[in-house]
Design a protein around this ligand. Structure first.
Ligand code: ADP
Ligand code: ADP
Length: 210
């Protein structure tokens, strides 16, 4: 399985990735957001370069992100399949990814677009919390953490209303224009991302089986 999970910030890509992987053991979850946050936390040069863009809700430059993904895709564990979450986010990233895949003589099976209207996004993003130990994603209202976990939850630095609105604007101007690239290759399936997360997972799995 080689999948791209596509959708606006807060569409539920991370939440659905974890659930899809429960049904597909061995498939690797590749989240550029998680990789970049790890680089920021580790204080690497790449992390220092990315930090300001991320806090402002801007996209990190294509060459930085493509470098991370290309290196990761070459690792042996990705041979069993991968699920890209948050990449590609620009047409140039999609083109770089495609040349890498062509070179390796493999291809993406599907691009799953999680559709969630803009007016639901701000509430999802500002209420998002993460367990730093298990990396599980929660929501203060829609998916509350168990009591023993709730005291250690953290909020992402870019999950403010201002950064969220900036990310949504970038999604419309830079990321949505990626879809015609995959539509021309017949890869796109659209899934309603509103409703109980388990229900959304069933929609994704049945869309993939079609
Ligand atoms: P969200 O969960 O809100 O969709 P991510 O965790 O995927 O956000 O990404 C967080 C931030 O990391 C983005 O706002 C952006 O600054 C940076 N980022 C992640 N993936 C990419 C990418 N493919 N291209 C450019 N910037 C990226
Ligand atoms: P993304 O990776 O696309 O940015 P997340 O999976 O991190 O999105 O989800 C964003 C927030 O919305 C999280 O707090 C998550 O718990 C919540 N969420 C995810 N899926 C749903 C859903 N189907 N209904 C309500 N809230 C959801």
């Amino acid at each position: 399985m080689r999948l791209i999970l596509f959708g606006p910030p807060g569409a539920g890509k991370g939440t659905q990735a974890a659930r899809i992987l429960e049904h597909n053991p061995g498939v690797v979850h590749l989240s550029t957001g998680d990789m970049l946050r790890a680089a920021v936390a580790a204080g690497t040069e790449l992390g220092k370069a990315a930090d300001g863009y991320m806090k402002a809700g801007d996209l990190v430059p294509d060459d930085v992100v493509c470098g991370l993904i290309v290196e990761r895709l070459a690792s042996p564990d990705c041979e069993h399949g991968f699920l890209l979450d948050g990449f590609p986010r620009t047409l140039s990233q999609a083109e770089s990814l495609q040349s890498e895949l062509d070179r390796a003589k493999i291809d993406i099976d599907r691009v799953v677009v999680l559709e969630v209207a803009d007016d639901l996004i701000v509430e999802r993003i500002t209420g998002r919390r993460m367990d730093p130990e298990t990396k599980r994603i929660y929501h203060i209202k829609f998916s509350p953490a168990p009591e023993d976990v709730s005291s250690r939850l953290v909020q992402r630095a870019d999950d403010t209303e201002d950064a969220c609105r900036a990310r949504l604007a970038k999604y419309h101007s830079e990321t949505l224009p990626v879809l015609p690239f995959y539509e021309a290759r017949n890869k796109v399936v659209r899934v309603d991302g509103v409703g109980d997360p388990a229900e959304v997972t069933s929609r994704v799995l049945s869309a993939l089986a079609r």
